[in-house]
Design a protein around this ligand. Sequence first.
Ligand SMILES: Nc1ncnc2c1ncn2[C@@H]1O[C@H](COP(=O)(O)OP(=O)(O)OP(=O)(O)O)[C@@H](O)[C@H]1O
Ligand SMILES: [Mg+2]
Length: 660
Amino acid sequence: MNKAQTADPDMLSKWQAFISADEFDHPDIQSDSTGCWESVYLPAAGSNKNTTTPFNSGEIARANIRNTDLVDVVLPVMVDIYESLKGSGFQVLLTDENGLVVKRIPVSESPLFDNWDEQILGANAIGTVIRTKKPMQISGRMHYQHKLRSLTSSAIPIFSYHRELIAVLALVGPKNEDHSHVLTMLQKAAENIINKWNIVQKNRQLLTYNNHLKNIINTMTDGIIIISDTGIIEQANPAAARILGKDTRELSATHLGTILENQPFLNKMLDDGIPFTDMELFLDISSGRIHCLASGQTSRDDKGNITGGIIVLRSIDKVQRMVNSVWGTRAELNFKDIIGNGRTIRTTIEMARIAANNMSNVLLQGESGTGKEIFAQAIHNESTRCKGPFVAVNCGAIPRELVGSELFGYVDGAFTGARRGGKLGKFEMAAGGTLFLDEIGDMPLDQQVVLLRVLQDKLVTRIGDSKEIPVDVRVICATNKNLLREVEKGNFRQDLYYRLNVISIIIPPLCNRREDIGLLVNHYLVKLGVQDNTISNVMNPAVMQYLISYSWPGNVRELQNAIERLAIIADTRHITVADLPHEIRLSKNNFSSEDEPASDLHESYTRKKKQLIAEQESEQILTMLRKLRGNLSEVAKAMGFSRTTLYRKLEAYNISRDSW
Ligand SMILES: Nc1ncnc2c1ncn2[C@@H]1O[C@H](COP(=O)(O)OP(=O)(O)OP(=O)(O)O)[C@@H](O)[C@H]1O
Ligand SMILES: [Mg+2]
């Protein structure tokens, strides 16, 4: 609340009477001090003109502590002022922003007051400065207190950088001394103090920034090395020491060149100021080989001269983890996604669970569409490597000549058409996780040799390079070929077959687990959002009989596609046998739902059916190829099979480029 509003008019008149009775004669009184009289309400001082504030050590101590920095700066200035006026009875005072005395010179003389608050002492230069924030001089009877009436008090505010009052510097001395230059002297002193104090504050700020920076550097997971212009390590954080397999103390004061030997980019950075980004480094140290990425940037002074540089090291594991998390090389599917409750599939799942708890290589064999991919992902997700990447490579979908570079990577300039800077192979990308080699049966023989060596030695050599990179990868392979037969035919290396086939899982075709068809149909109806999805509500019972008795050469994938088509009808009406695709309707004519067909009959049927499907399919592929202007990936997607399958079918149906 404003002091003027609380002023007691009675008290004010007493005060004015007091002043006039005591031969008051000050022609140059400043309006602020007059204002002070008018506004000041003096509950404590009003009744006793001789009041001195009781010493409150707690308050003084607090004031002292808050202004420690300032006191250090002000004290020498106060001493100078005192020395220049020595012998004339002056006291130099420093108070905090509330008027509490922080320092007083000379200390030998008894203190006048400990608290110069206007509310307590009435008009005095310090108290008035606190209120008006302006320099002030008050002389003799202009003071309220008797004790001050023989004195002149002069005070000057000291502001912070943000224009907040932080202290008051004051001079109190006999009023008959010459006080004409005191305010100017105090003003100069205050400027001097503020300049020095700002420097102190800036230093303190820099110190805080520096500490923040140190904390950041020390807690960063990237390695940071700060070097001088000659390449001497000035500082290295714990992460850098960890990546380089050294102690931080061991690193300091050593030349970076002794650690990063033969790295021309380091000299280019220090000599020519050329920065480098994510350079791949292989460093041989006593405990093995370090594989990391390094980036470097020079530091310069205000004239642009190179003063040193900063090197950032990133361990390759971290980079790989990051790439994998961004590019989604993760397995989404789990054992719970494998639909089937029959004995056959349960045995297969059991086997796969055993494989998940084991780190040996796994070979998944099964016809197309039986769920090899789901099994591979589920095994990974249930293994101890589930947090690591799951990298899938379809060996059949990559042009033969590129299989090697895709799997093992290559270095800059390894072959024509190679990407600048080289490329990380899938083996390295899968580090710490699982590499799923799909369609392993399509792997070219020459690359089979390389793969065998990698699996044996757990070392990868990029194409065009001689360095061996350790890789920690679990391999799961899949094929829809009979791999052993491929070995017999000489298309697949026997030694590789045995290395891959440590745990062999044969995924049954759907026709061998017809008991699961109902469950799968239901699953897909629900998944496709068919509202009233109980089978009996959606289709005639006869339809289900057809679905169960059909041989499903395309396995679960084919079933999934068939249900997708039926689901469209299911939304509008009941599905009847007439809605079923031709080949399924044909199957019921030949077989009962319960029994497997006699094999010769089955074979002749299969041949017939295959021919029929082939004709239909080849026609469909051609239509899609024309529609999608030959985009094979799109066509494969639209037809619901993999690119490899599409390639195979194009070859089988003799569809060449000129056909579309
Ligand atoms: N047991 C199953 N439960 C649920 N869905 C399945 C099951 N088996 C396969 N599928 C589904 O069938 C489709 C084909 O499965 P997947 O891709 O795993 O087969 P694949 O054996 O790898 O086939 P290909 O040899 O053609 O690559 C996928 O959509 C998959 O989700
Ligand atoms: Mg597959």
